[in-house]
Design a protein around this ligand. Structure first.
Ligand code: FAD
Ligand code: UDP
Length: 385
C-alpha cells in the first residue's frame, strides 16, 4: 500500500515526493505519462552531446533563500544571468526596454532622468490598469507598446494584450537604467549538472517509486494508495465537466548548428517578425564547451500539451468552479502550475509545494517515528508497523 500516489514528476510532484518520503517516512509512487521525470524542466543530452531543454529555455531565478537552499540539497549551481535581445526595427536591442534600448532605437543620448521624462511624455493615462495593454501604454505609450509587446503577445497567446490580465506583460519590466538582465532576482543560477540530474537526486529515495509512460488513470484503481497529489491540468481531472480551461501550447523546433555560437545572448525575441516568438541557445545557460551549438525556436499553438494558463477574467471564473470541486475532494491535493492554473515560475512552484508539505505535515499524523542512527548521528526514518 502506498501512502501517496503523486501524479506528475515535475517540480510540484517531485518536491512533494521527496519531502513526504524523507521527512515523514511515507511510501510514495510518482507516475508521469511522459517518458521522463522533471516535467517541463526536463533537459537531456541530444545526439550531438549538447545539453538541451526539451520544453524551451528554463532559467532558474528566485528571491527566496529558503527555496534555493531546499533545491541545493540536490544540485550544485553555476551562476547565470539571462540576457535577451529583441529584433526590433531591424536592430537587436535589449529587452526589457532600458536606457540603451531607447538610445539605440531612436539614435538618442538620453540620461536616465531624461528617459523618465521621455517616457512620461509618451505615457497614456489609464484610469484603471487591468489589462496587459494598460500596464504598458500607461508607462511608455503606444509606440513602444506596439513595437515590443503587442505583436509578441498576439503571437504568444493568440489574443491581443487588451484581452489578457495585466500580470502577463507586467512580468517584463520597463527600466530607465542600463541594467540589461532579464531578471533582477537575488539568486540567478542553473543546476550545474542540469535539471534532470537534480530531479534524479530528489527522487532517489528508498521510499519513492517512479513509473513513467503511465497515465495515472490507467493504474489509479489497481494500485492501493491512501492519498493522491495531482499536478496535471485541473479541468482534465474532472473530465472537463464545466468545459475546457484554456491553456496555451508551444511547438518547439530544436536544431543543432555546426558553429560554436549562434546568438550573442541566451535568447533573441521577435516581437515584430517571424511566426516564432524567440530563439534560445543553451550553451549560454549551461556553460557547456562544444564545437557545435543547440538552439530552439518556440512556435505558439492553440493545440498540444498545455504549457501556459491563459489569465483573463472568464478563465479565472471557470478555474474557480473547478477549484471549488478540488477543495472538497477527499484525500486529494492539487499543486503546481496546471492544477492551480497559475502562471508560476519554477521557484514559485517549489515554494507552493513546500507550503503544501507544511500544511499536510501539520494536518496529518505522521506514520513514521524518527530513530537515531548512531552510525552517523543522522536521524533516519523508520516506518511505523
Ligand atoms: P509540469 O512541469 O508541467 O509537471 C506536471 C507533470 O504532470 C507533467 O510532466 C505531466 O506529464 C504530468 N501529468 C499530467 N497529467 C498526467 C496524468 N494524467 N498522468 C500522469 N502524469 C500526468 N520557469 C522558470 O522559473 N524559469 C524559466 O525560464 C521558465 N521557462 C519556461 C519556458 C517554457 C516554454 C515553459 C512552458 C515554462 C517555463 N517555466 C519557467 C515554468 C516552469 O516550466 C514551471 O513553473 C514548472 O515546470 C511547473 O512545474 P509543475 O510540476 O507544476 O508542472
Ligand atoms: N512579452 C512581450 N514581448 C517580449 C517579451 C515578453 O510582449 O519581448 C510579453 C508576452 O505577452 C509574454 C509575457 O510578456 O508572454 C511574459 O514574458 P516572459 O518572457 O516572462 O514569458 P515566458 O518566459 O513565461 O514565456
Amino acid at each position: 500500500m502506498f501512502d501517496w500516489l503523486i501524479v506528475g514528476a515535475g517540480f510540484a510532484g517531485s518536491v512533494l515526493a521527496e519531502r513526504l518520503a524523507s521527512q515523514r517516512g511515507e511510501r510514495v509512487l510518482v507516475v508521469d505519462r511522459r517518458p521522463h521525470i522533471a516535467g517541463n524542466a526536463y533537459d537531456h543530452f541530444n545526439d550531438a552531446g549538447l545539453l538541451v531543454h526539451r520544453y524551451g529555455p528554463h532559467i532558474f531565478h528566485t528571491n527566496s533563500d529558503a527555496i534555493l537552499d531546499h533545491l541545493s540539497q540536490f544540485t550544485g549551481w553555476r551562476p547565470y544571468e539571462h540576457r535577451v535581445l529583441g529584433e526590433v526595427d531591424g536592430m537587436r536591442v535589449p529587452i526589457p526596454i532600458n536606457l540603451d534600448t531607447i538610445n539605440r532605437l531612436y539614435g538618442l543620448d538620453l540620461t536616465s532622468d531624461e528617459l523618465t521624462a521621455w517616457f512620461a511624455a509618451r505615457a497614456e493615462p489609464v484610469e484603471r490598469i487591468e489589462t496587459s495593454e494598460d500596464v504598458v501604454v500607461s508607462v511608455v505609450g503606444r509606440e513602444l507598446y506596439e513595437k515590443f509587446f503587442q505583436g509578441y503577445t498576439r503571437k504568444q497567446w493568440g489574443l491581443d494584450p487588451s484581452q489578457l490580465d495585466k500580470s502577463i506583460t507586467a512580468r517584463v519590466p520597463i527600466r530607465t537604467n542600463r541594467d540589461d538582465r532579464y531578471f533582477t532576482d537575488t539568486h540567478q543560477c542553473m543546476p550545474d549538472r542540469g535539471y534532470t540530474r537534480m530531479f534524479e537526486r530528489m527522487l532517489d529515495h528508498p521510499n519513492i517509486a517512479v513509473m513513467l509512460n503511465c497515465d495515472y488513470r490507467s493504474i489509479v484503481d489497481m494500485i492501493p494508495h491512501r492519498r493522491l497529489i495531482y499536478t496535471g491540468p485541473i479541468d482534465e481531472f474532472y473530465d472537463y465537466r464545466f468545459g475546457r480551461l484554456p491553456y496555451r501550447s508551444l511547438r518547439f523546433v530544436h536544431e543543432t548548428l555546426d558553429q560554436a555560437q549562434a546568438l550573442p545572448t541566451g535568447t533573441v525575441n521577435y516581437p515584430q517578425t517571424e511566426d516564432f516568438t524567440r530563439i534560445s541557445e543553451y550553451k549560454h545557460m549551461t556553460g557547456q564547451q562544444h564545437p557545435q551549438t543547440a538552439i530552439t525556436r518556440e512556435y505558439p499553438s492553440a493545440t498540444g500539451d498545455p504549457y501556459y494558463p491563459i489569465l483573463r477574467p472568464e478563465n479565472q471564473a471557470l478555474f474557480k468552479r473547478y477549484e471549488a470541486l478540488a477543495m472538497a475532494e477527499p484525500n486529494t491535493y492539487f499543486v503546481g502550475r496546471l492544477a492551480t492554473y497559475r502562471y508560476y515560475n519554477m521557484d514559485q512552484v517549489t515554494g507552493q509545494a513546500l507550503a503544501m508539505f507544511q500544511r499536510i505535515d501539520k494536518a496529518l499524523p505522521r506514520r513514521m517515528t524518527l530513530r537515531l542512527n548512531h552510525g552517523n548521528g543522522a536521524a533516519q526514518p523508520a516506518s511505523a508497523p
